[in-house]
Design a protein around this ligand. Structure first.
Ligand SMILES: Nc1ncnc2c1ncn2[C@@H]1O[C@H](COP(=O)(O)OP(=O)(O)OP(=O)(O)O)[C@@H](O)[C@H]1O
Ligand SMILES: [Mg+2]
Length: 383
């Protein structure tokens, strides 16, 4: 087993296309690290550089203590599992699993022992004599996993291994991968664009955007303390509600005002105003941090008045879509209860559940070039 370290690693494609920008990452021996982010953010490129399938344009890549920038993929002691299982169609499951070992001239007895061990680990024994076309998608992906684990590599690299599976199988195979990691303890780097997979699998998640690492933390910490508006909006379903407004001081408190809301931010430090009397701000509120009050109260210091548009029942909970007077849309996730569409309600929010972000900086008012920092997690607020 081994640690993996990236120091200021960049991937620059012809035409000055930065797929990955100055990425610093230390992956501990035995850790399960998830790279997550939207399409095109550089996840696969990062993984492929670690695998040696792409060259590193800048920076230093180490596996264990060894710099591997120029080491052939074959000699990196890694095994990779892709989205498309890439099994050899003319070989049986057993032969597929044994192939890499026989290429390395591993003794026959040892190959057999390792294939049996992997088949046992993944429940593949009954399928060993079958060819891939006689397997379901989930079974094929398990064979692909088996083919990776027989090699007993120092590092596993997974690139969206579950995205070809249906929802139920995805959840089941996800649990198997987690169990496998518990048993083997092999350093694992796992790429996905699925935030639920990232949250459930990773010891740590790295949220990427535009080739940049935005946050690397435990899944729960990242969810509860997103460093910026991008991370806040990417993790969580339904996504966090964002309300543009103003932060100001009145009656001994800071207040957020905007989008028909006026929220008293108890215990918010006055330093957040940065010496101004008011400043533009974006309030971020998770759908599950909102509660629907029994009575409407337009002057509620921690409430927003809004009209219920659509209710989506989910069993024990329901997603309620609302609009404020000026038409701002909100979504909240609340315990299932009787509620009528068209009703005007007050949505209550505890002050500590209101995240405050600096407004995004954008060029020509379009794509943000800089995502607003979270005042609660930023320790350079006063800078
Ligand atoms: N061979 C290439 N030449 C030029 N640009 C490339 C090449 N391969 C990838 N890119 C670009 O690099 C960026 C990162 O691609 P990458 O495949 O790493 O994204 P990803 O995060 O894995 O996305 P997805 O979730 O869609 O798989 C993208 O903008 C992509 O268009
Ligand atoms: Mg990819």
């Amino acid at each position: 087993m081994a640690s993996v370290s990236l120091e200021q690693v960049s991937k620059i494609y012809p035409g000055d296309v930065y797929a990955v920008r100055q990425l610093d990452l230390e992956i501990e021996d035995g850790e399960f690290l998830v790279l997550v982010g939207p399409s095109g953010c550089g996840k696969s490129t990062t993984l492929r550089m670690i695998a040696g399938l792409e060259t590193v344009s800048e920076g230093t890549l180490k596996i264990g203590d060894r710099v591997v920038n120029d080491v052939h993929p074959r000699d990196r002691d890694i095994a990779m599992v892709f989205q498309n299982y890439a099994l050899y169609p003319h070989m049986t499951v057993q032969q597929n699993m044994a192939f890499a070992l026989s290429m390395r001239k591993t003794p026959k007895a040892e190959i057999q022992e390792r294939v049996e061990w992997a088949a046992d680990m993944l429940g593949l024994e009954p399928l060993l004599k079958r060819k891939p076309k006689a397997l379901s998608g989930g079974q094929r992906q398990r064979v692909a996993l088996g083919r990776a684990i027989v090699r007993q590599p120092s590092v596993f690299l997974f690139d969206e291994p579950l995205s070809n599976l249906d929802a139920k199988l995805r959840v089941q195979t996800r649990a198997e991968i987690k169990q496998l990691h518990r048993k083997l303890g092999t350093t694992t780097i796992y790429v996905t664009h699925d935030q639920e997979e990232a949250m459930t699998l990773g010891d740590r998640v790295v949220v990427m955007c535009d080739g940049l690492k935005r946050q690397a933390d435990s899944p729960l910490h990242t969810y509860q303390h997103p460093v910026d508006r991008f991370v806040a909006g990417f993790l969580g379903m339904p996504p966090m509600n964002f309300l543009d407004g103003i932060l100001e001081h009145a009656d001994g408190h800071l207040w957020f005002g905007g989008c028909d809301a006026r929220l008293r931010l108890d215990n918010a430090p006055v330093e957040w105003l940065q010496g101004e009397s008011r400043r533009p701000i974006v309030a971020g509120i998770r759908p599950e941090s909102m509660h629907i009050a029994n009575h409407t109260d337009e002057h509620h210091p921690h409430g927003i008045t809004a009209t219920v548009q659509v209710i989506e029942p989910l069993g024990s909970t329901m997603d309620v879509y609302l609009t404020t007077t000026s038409g701002k849309r909100l979504v909240c996730r609340v315990p299932a209860a009787h509620l009528e569409e068209g009703k005007t309600v007050t949505v209550e929010i505890s002050p500590q559940d209101v995240h405050l972000f600096e407004p995004n900086e954008s060029e020509n008012g379009q794509v943000p070039t800089q995502y607003g920092r979270n005042l609660r997690t930023s320790n350079t607020v006063l800078a």
